[in-house]
Design a protein. Sequence first.
Length: 196
Amino acid sequence: MPGSPGAYDNLAANAILLNLFRHYLAHRSRRPLLFLFCGAEEPGLCGSRAFVIRHGRELERDLFHCNIDLSGQEGGTDVLGVTAEPEVCGVLSDLFGRRGFPVETKNQIWSSDSNSFAEAGIPSLTLDRDGIGMHTAEDTADRIREDVIVYQTELIRTITDALDHAEPLPFPEIVPQAMREELRHQFQSGETEIFV
């Protein structure tokens, strides 16, 4: 966004994604993983929408989508916005409870790139950490903590590893029709341009 350095939204997420990429280069997953960096989220999820439109047939094989949005700041709590069947929240809550991660799950449509994938029928989530400075001049690198980036990398890796070893997946591999219709309405009406 103009006037915002963009460390919390969303440079820190790039560091997390690169950490995950390095990990999975050394520790190959059983299922294929796609690492995707999307641009132009704020003006209407432009990057993720273009990717989904261009790669629709390939995405038919996708089982789950993890999106990392606001991340890296010391304060706040981690929230997973889950756009999928409610069972996904239960599975994730159980998983994080066993690991001792204090993560909140919310079964709802989230305002982020995960919407492009959920509208295409792929169960999706967005990791957000409540923080300060989004879209302002206060969104600076001095607020980002390396230990938080390492911690949030572990959060996403926990999800990825659990799903990689689950056979079959422990929840329906669909997005509820009502959620897909709401997303379709948002995209058709231009309501996704909520950050402009």
